[in-house]
Ligand binder design. Sequence first.
Ligand code: DAK
Length: 263
Amino acid sequence: MEFILYEVKDMVATITINRPKALNALNSQVLEELDAALDAVDLNTVRCLILTGAGDKSFVAGADIGEMSTLTKAEGEAFGKKGNDVFRKLETFPIPVIAAINGFALGGGCEISMSCDIRICSDNAVFGQPETGLGITPGFGGTQRLARLVSPGMAKQLIYSARNIKADEAYRIGLVNAVYPAGELIPQAEKLAATIAKNAPIAVRNCKKAINDGLQTDMDNALVIEEKLFGDCFETEDQKAGMGNFLEKDKEKKLKVVPFKNC
Ligand code: DAK
């Protein structure tokens, strides 16, 4: 792959969008390679994924404006679908995905981060949906996910005004969970990922599915979704080990690390 780096350490994988000369802007090739990289993640061994950008200046500076500038209506729609399909794959990826946002997260960059479960950023991060200034709407889910993540009013203000915001404001409005000095961002992402990876893999996956699916429906149906995913954890090795450790007063109270397929 030309624009994607992939690394696995212990049970944590990191995908790095590696197109620093264009501030990691998303062209068709980047989107295709990202899609292929996600398909190649070994879900039997990897329990948490980190998504970041190469270099110290930009996470992703948006969709590639050069590529988009000459698109026809039909091509624009196809490009939007290509991005939306990959972003949805990330959003519904079976394991948690942490966006480690190391600089610009503009347009498609902000949108891809919002497809991840958790966003943390460096103190030089900049967020925004500049599309209305370019004569288009956000096209990779920005109008939908930003309104759900922050609030409709705040999302509308950011999108209509095309105003960029810095890390501290992104934190204040709840767009990111934490802000770190640039050098600490990846270590902190890895620490969080390792904490998640230590927990029971079926339970973590089911929590992700319960939250995501539950948010799409009303509370009565959402609770049924939770009940089913809760029930699904029983009789697994992790449930037996996790509860067994507690009942046996195991001082460590640690789950056995078992391969996902054996759970
Ligand atoms: N696309 C292509 N190249 C980009 C880019 C981008 N989004 N952002 C930066 N680059 C390239 C620059 O052209 C430059 O390349 P060279 O000239 O060196 O060849 C290189 O990266 C370094 O950028 P700068 O020289 O501009 O660096 P500065 O530090 O001066 O400025 C900046 C950094 C991030 C403020 C600036 O580059 C900038 O404003 N970039 C554009 C940010 C932006 O507007 N992003 C949003 C793009 S719109 C849809 C599907 C998707 C979308 C919409 C609709 N459908 C199909 C419906 C998504 C839209 C977007 O994401």
